[in-house]
Design a protein. Structure first.
Lengths: 328, 332
């Protein structure tokens, strides 16, 4: 418990601070100082919303991954491996390509992401014949299928490829207050709801028989949990696109920090995820700053998703190698 | 027989269909008339594309089987082992940042990328046991490489998008003799190497311990097979991008068609089926939304994944038959 408090008390403020300072626009004095200066405005109108978007995305992905791992009883169940996240990206890109909503509409992106992720998630779930153990193989196949559909969409309008990239690789760059408006309530609301129902998750996790023995209807509980996980993943995707590995790695980190009880793991996963993406985005911004010195660029910049993918892959490989030495 | 006939029919369709349509009976006449537009379309566009589709598909199909047999894992596909994405990343970096590499060396570049990606995955997964651990590590490394690929693309000029597109999933758009000339020699070079791999595969299938007891150096043998697979994938990825999931579905189909044979027979089957799949998908890619060409890899992904899901489900429904097939198929 002490480890948990220490790590969170240090990691979260540290990443928040790093995120604010990474672009090199100004320091905390500028942020809290008198309004009116250009630096102050840049930090309030660009830096802070970007930070909040990163924190929200991370919290949503962390909790979504945790819920998926618990209900599907598979340590690999993550939004990006069960078709939920690729589906959300497909939904957003389809909406943008066919002009169903304007490019800067946060609500439209959220609705499209929700439709897409529900489609992707339920397709995986139906393919697996409701057998949680096989969810990953079909999830991977389904994700490949959705990626194929995404490329078909891109081929339909190649000129939009540049705009589509940010959703494909995941980035919180350019998120401003308008994007946060409703999504803010959506994500925090679902996280609080899941936290409130986390006791149910704890009953469901050991097995259907166990849950039924305690008087829970496992089918209904799982459906509710999967719905919540999908809604959260869609919220995250509507803010940042497909940020890789956070939904997979963060729940494991949360369990390592806070143990197996979902009542504690859910908030910890939210905080860890928030810190993870804020930290990754700080690194991305810093890399951007280094690269901007060499070449002034009007392009996307270093996307957050690249940092999380590299870091996440390194973590996963280390864990997989270490786990291999443990018998069984 | 049926596969050969299907390849022939599709090849004919690939040559004849499109804009303008050239009926089969007029082919000799068109080929004789070097001045006509139809000759140019046929000889400069369709025939090289056909050749690359057939050879590339065969190479990827064979490479998929080599990987699956060498790692004894039905999910050891190029896409999940970092091989495809490594090759795509190497070539994309070179194209986007305009590195001074002559075009003729792109296959070598793809090969180097494929080898690096594959080696990275294998090094990472070396101690991982079982299908799921290898799969996990491979997927992790592939995703990271894919993210790097997208990041490289994010720095590209708008004008390059069309060209880069193919490195996402693979496409045969704009393949002419110039590009074909870079694939064909390499895939011909690979043929004797693949044949050399066949006896090794038989040994590797017995399991590491048995193979070692029979006197083969398992590590070196596996490395050799993987190097050949990387060569095959690398030379195709240069001009076409990763032909997504062909290396997954072709061996799966080959095993399903000849459930009681072994790697020696599956290899030609897998190559033929790979060519068949790529040809069919390319035809769809060209004609489905004509005048717009869609990326071939998107269709192979759809096709491959659907076929894979159906086949895997079939195994799940008949677990006993699957266990038998699994033993015969060397899949675990």
């Amino acid at each position: 418990m002490r480890r948990l408090v220490w790590i969170l008390a240090v990691a979260l403020p540290a990443t928040v601070l790093a995120h604010l300072l990474a672009p090199g626009i100004g320091d905390l004095g500028t942020l809290l100082g008198p309004a009116g200066t250009l630096e102050h405005r840049i930090m309030w109108e660009l830096g802070v919303p970007r930070l909040l978007a990163a924190l929200l995305t991370g919290a949503a992905l962390g909790v979504s991954g945790l819920v998926l791992q618990l209900t599907l009883r598979n340590p690999l169940a993550a939004p990006e491996l069960t078709g939920v996240n690729p589906g959300a990206v497909l939904g957003i890109l389809a909406g943008l390509t066919f002009g169903l909503f304007p490019a800067d509409s946060a609500g439209g992106a959220l609705a499209a992401a929700l439709a897409g992720s529900a489609l992707g998630g339920s397709a995986t779930w139906l393919l697996t014949s409701r057998d949680p153990g096989r969810a990953i193989v079909y999830g991977l196949l389904g994700s490949a299928l959705l990626a194929g559909l995404v490329t078909l969409l891109l081929a339909y309008q190649p000129s939009r490829f540049g705009n589509a990239l940010r959703w494909l690789v995941g980035s919180v760059q350019g998120r401003v207050w308008e994007h946060l408006g409703f999504t803010w309530w959506w994500i925090t609301g679902w996280i609080l709801l899941i936290w409130a129902g986390s006791a149910v998750l704890g009953v469901l996790a050991p097995g259907d028989d166990h849950a039924a023995g305690l008087g829970l209807r496992p089918g209904a509980a799982r459906a509710a949990a999967l719905t919540a996980a999908t809604a959260l993943a869609a919220g995250a995707a509507s803010l940042a696109g497909a940020v890789a590995f956070v939904g997979l790695v963060v729940p494991h980190a949360a369990r390592w920090l806070a143990g197996a009880d979902p009542r504690r793991t859910v908030p910890v996963a939210a905080l860890t995820g928030a810190a993870a993406i804020a930290g990754a985005d700080a690194v991305a911004q810093f890399a951007d700053r280094l690269m901007a010195g060499a070449e002034v660029t009007q392009r996307l910049g270093v996307p957050t998703g690249v940092v999380t993918a590299l870091a996440g892959a390194a973590v996963l490989v280390t864990v997989a190698r270490r786990a291999a030495h443990v018998p069984g | 027989m049926i596969v050969a006939a299907a390849v022939a029919v599709l090849a004919l369709a690939a040559v004849c269909l499109g804009q303008p349509v050239i009926p089969p009976h007029r082919l000799p006449a068109v080929l004789g008339d070097r001045a006509s537009v139809e000759f140019v379309v046929l000889w400069e566009l369709r025939v090289p594309r056909l050749a690359v589709a057939v050879f590339g598909g065969a190479a990827i199909g064979a490479a998929g089987l080599l990987l699956q047999e060498a790692l004894r894992n039905p999910l050891a596909v190029p896409e999940l082992l970092g091989v495809s994405s490594g090759a795509a990343l190497a070539v994309a970096v070179c194209v986007v940042w305009a590195l001074p590499v002559p075009y003729g060396l792109h296959p070598l570049l793809g090969l180097a990328g494929a080898a690096c990606g594959g080696a990275l995955c294998l090094a990472a997964a070396r101690t991982a046991r079982g299908a799921s651990a290898t799969l996990l590590v491979g997927a992790a490394v592939s995703t990271a490489i894919q993210a790097l690929l997208l990041a490289v693309m994010a720095t590209a000029e708008r004008i390059q998008y069309d060209m880069l597109f193919r490195y996402l999933v693979g496409s045969l758009t704009g393949v002419m003799w110039e590009q074909a000339a870079h694939v064909l020699p390499w895939s011909l070079l690979a043929v004797p190497l693949v044949v050399l791999c066949v006896p090794v595969l038989g040994l590797l299938r017995l399991g590491d311990d048995t193979a070692a007891a029979l006197g083969s150096r398992v590590g070196r043998a596996r490395l050799g097979v993987l190097a050949v697979a990387s060569l095959l994938i690398g030379c195709v990825t240069g001009p076409c991008g990763p032909l997504a999931w062909v290396g997954f579905v072709a061996p799966l189909l080959a095993r399903r068609l000849r459930p009681h044979d072994e790697a020696r027979t599956w290899l030609p089957w897998s190559a033929a089926l790979g060519a068949l799949v790529v040809l069919a998908a390319d035809l769809v890619a060209r004609l489905a939304l004509a005048p717009v060409e869609t990326p071939l890899g998107a269709w192979t992904a759809l096709l491959g994944v659907l076929a894979g899901a159906v086949l895997l489900r079939g195994e799940a429904v008949r677990p006993r038959a699957a266990a038998r097939d699994g033993r015969a198929g060397g899949s675990r």
